[in-house]
Design a protein around this ligand. Structure first.
Ligand code: IRN
Ligand code: FE2
Length: 607
């Protein structure tokens, strides 16, 4: 198995991990603090720039004070919170048949995880979902953690805004930053209303709580997972850690190849973010890839197996109804969802209603025992611009709305998956219809791609749609990598996809006026204007690439304080010229003041 050196765990440049204490619960909320250098003032002297604290998804990997042994997994941050609620029982092993068989198989010894995860389950009759607690008026440690995390230390944001106003008198960079603080009670009320969810399986106590909802920061998901063709467990664990490092808020393990159970065990035990899966993929493996051989029983066992391992949300394609399938017949690209096509095949072969739909309440009964959330799958999403917003897609969406209410009746958390491929002018209709049919349950879309003509660049075609739908209110964006439609993403593709989607999500946060979203932009702009190159690199989403690009032409240390870069050279740098204008203006202002002073003095003398 992977040795520790191969797992990326260097801290970010000039950054330290800080932990903010809770007020209601004894919790410590992890964030990243980026230290900045001083501004040299043209009139002499320096001005201090307060550090910038940012939302941090990288987990313990970027804290050099925490020892990590990936054979044993991450520290179990939430274990005590869960046990203190007194509503769970510990099991000695995974209860589903499949799990037991695998643990007894000696051939798999080398894949065995050193720490034996003992699953927890709700005591008989109990419901351990955050929605259930929220409805009862309970503010859990998870909710408080999220409130603190989302605020990103709002007091520092205010301090920064003030500092800027003083540096650029009369020109406030921070004027648009709303200052509404997110409270733990607000988190609770959004959960209770179903407008937000906390993917938070009690069997993934290693995960740091996060929230998906449109009144919070827009989140992004990164898909990883081996396929039958390529990639190993080691690579997948490293991809998960790597994706979190660059900002993935959740990871979906879409493995379909060998050793699905073991791969997932390693990923979950080492992941600081919640993990989602599409259980029908593993169920299909269990029936040797023959869709028509799938049964409710095989599926149910898979759900229990994965819930007991710690998966926090399941994509379930329960809206692919038998009567909708013919609506895809004249599409250019038919059914492009993997799960959707599997279920459609099953329905047509047996000429029966989708068993995920007919057994939906039984699925709810399982979900509530572990707090697994539904990610209601868009099995009939459009897979091309030509098929966007068609009858099949919207028929399914209505059914997803109906199922949302069933899940809520059971106090099971739910969010809704969306497209796909949609041109820009047709995106808003998706958001509007989703809010209407699904009663404001969070929306989670795959892009959407805004054109089909750029294979190799589909992180970009889709980031455009993702930014738009995020602005309209989509709560989570499923990344698309440059390899989309072409192959399994490698490590570089994962990073490119994550950074691209961070851009979409953040652009949406700015447009929505999320409290504090503009904070980092302001600090970076100020650093840029003042030629504090190091600060500009360190504040960026990808400091390594920013530095590398700069140094490609001006590698010398002296260039890090130079008042220009190689894009325009010293004579044509607009920022430099602009600063000179300011200096002249300041000098003139000084002269004007002096002359006014002299005139005043003169008046005294001559009158
Ligand atoms: C997200 C929104 N719509 C679809 N997705 C993601 O697509 C879903 O979360 C999962 O990661 C992936 C696979 O879905 P299909 O192809 O099985 O539907
Ligand atoms: Fe596609």
């Amino acid at each position: 198995m992977t040795n520790e050196q191969e797992i990326s765990r260097q801290p970010f440049p000039n950054s330290t991990k800080v932990y903010i204490d809770g007020e209601i619960h004894p919790i410590k909320v992890a964030m990243r603090e980026i230290k900045l250098s001083d501004t040299k003032l043209s009139r002499g002297g320096v001005e201090e720039n307060p550090p910038v604290t940012i939302y941090d998804t990288s987990g313990p990997y970027t804290d050099p004070n925490i020892e990590i042994d990936i054979r044993k997994g991450l520290p179990r941050l939430r274990e005590q919170w869960i046990k203190d609620r007194n509503d769970v029982e510990e099991l000695s092993e995974i209860t589903s048949n499949y799990g037991k068989e695998r643990l007894e198989d000696e051939k798999l010894n080398h894949l065995r995880f050193e720490y034996l995860h003992k699953p927890m389950r709700a005591k008989k009759g109990a419901n351990v979902s955050q929605l259930h607690y929220a409805k009862k008026g309970i503010i859990t440690p998870e909710m408080e953690y999220i409130a603190i995390r989302e605020n990103q230390r709002i007091e520092l944001i205010e301090q920064q805004t003030k500092a800027m106003q003083c540096q650029h008198a009369g020109h406030s960079f921070g004027a648009n930053t709303p200052k509404t603080k997110i409270t733990p009670e607000f988190v609770r009320s959004e959960i209770a209303r179903g407008r937000a969810i906390i993917p938070n399986n009690i069997n993934h106590p290693e995960s740091e709580p996060m929230i998906v909802g449109r009144n919070f920061l827009v989140k992004i998901n990164a898909n990883i997972g081996n396929s039958a063709v390529t990639s190993s467990i080691e690579e997948e664990v490293e991809k998960a850690v790597w994706a979190c490092r660059w900002g993935a808020d959740t990871i979906m393990d879409l493995s379909t190849g060998k050793n699905i159970h073991e791969t997932r065990e390693w990923i979950i035990r080492n992941s600081p973010v919640p993990i989602g899966t599409v259980p029908i993929y593993q169920a299909l493996e269990k029936v040797n890839g023959v869709a028509e051989d799938l049964t409710w029983e095989v599926f149910r066992d898979t759900l229990i197996e994965q819930a007991e391992q710690g998966v926090s949300y399941f994509t379930i394609h329960a809206g692919v109804l038998l009567r909708y399938i013919h609506l895809t017949a004249n599409r250019v690209t038919g059914i492009v969802s993997r799960g959707g096509s599997i279920m459609a095949k099953w329905c047509l072969f047996h000429h029966k209603e989708n068993f995920l739909y007919t057994h939906f309440e039984e699925i709810c009964e399982i979900m509530k025992q572990y707090d697994v959330a539904f990610s209601l799958g868009d099995g009939l999403r459009p897979g091309s611009i030509a098929d966007a917003n068609d009858a099949a897609q919207f028929a399914e969406l209505e059914t997803l709305g109906e199922l949302t209410k069933v899940a809520w009746k059971h106090d099971v958390q739910v969010f809704i998956e969306g497209p796909g491929h949609v041109p820009m002018h047709m995106i808003k209709e998706n958001m509007d219809k989703q809010l209407e049919h699904c009663d404001e349950a969070p929306f989670y879309t795959l892009g959407p791609l805004t054109t089909d003509i750029a294979p190799g660049y589909d992180h970009i075609t889709s980031a455009i749609g993702a930014a738009m739908i995020g602005w309209y209110g989509c709560a989570m964006l499923c990344y698309v990598t440059p390899k989309e439609h072409l192959g399994l993403p490698n490590k570089k593709d994962v990073k490119d996809g994550v950074i691209t989607y961070k851009i979409s999500a953040h652009a949406a946060d700015l447009a929505k006026g999320h409290p504090g979203a503009q904070y980092r932009d302001n600090a970076l702009s100020k650093a840029r204007f003042e030629f504090r190159w190091e600060d500009q690199f360190n504040l960026s989403l990808d400091p390594d690439t920013a530095r590398e690009f700069h140094d490609e032409t001006l590698p010398a240390d002296g260039a890090k304080v130079a008042h220009f870069c190689s894009m325009c050279g010293p004579k044509f740098c607009s920022m430099k010229i602009s600063q000179e204008i300011r200096d002249v203006a300041e000098a003139e202002k000084g002269m004007q003041e002096k002359s006014e002073e002299f005139i005043e003095q003169g008046k005294e003398i001559y009158i």
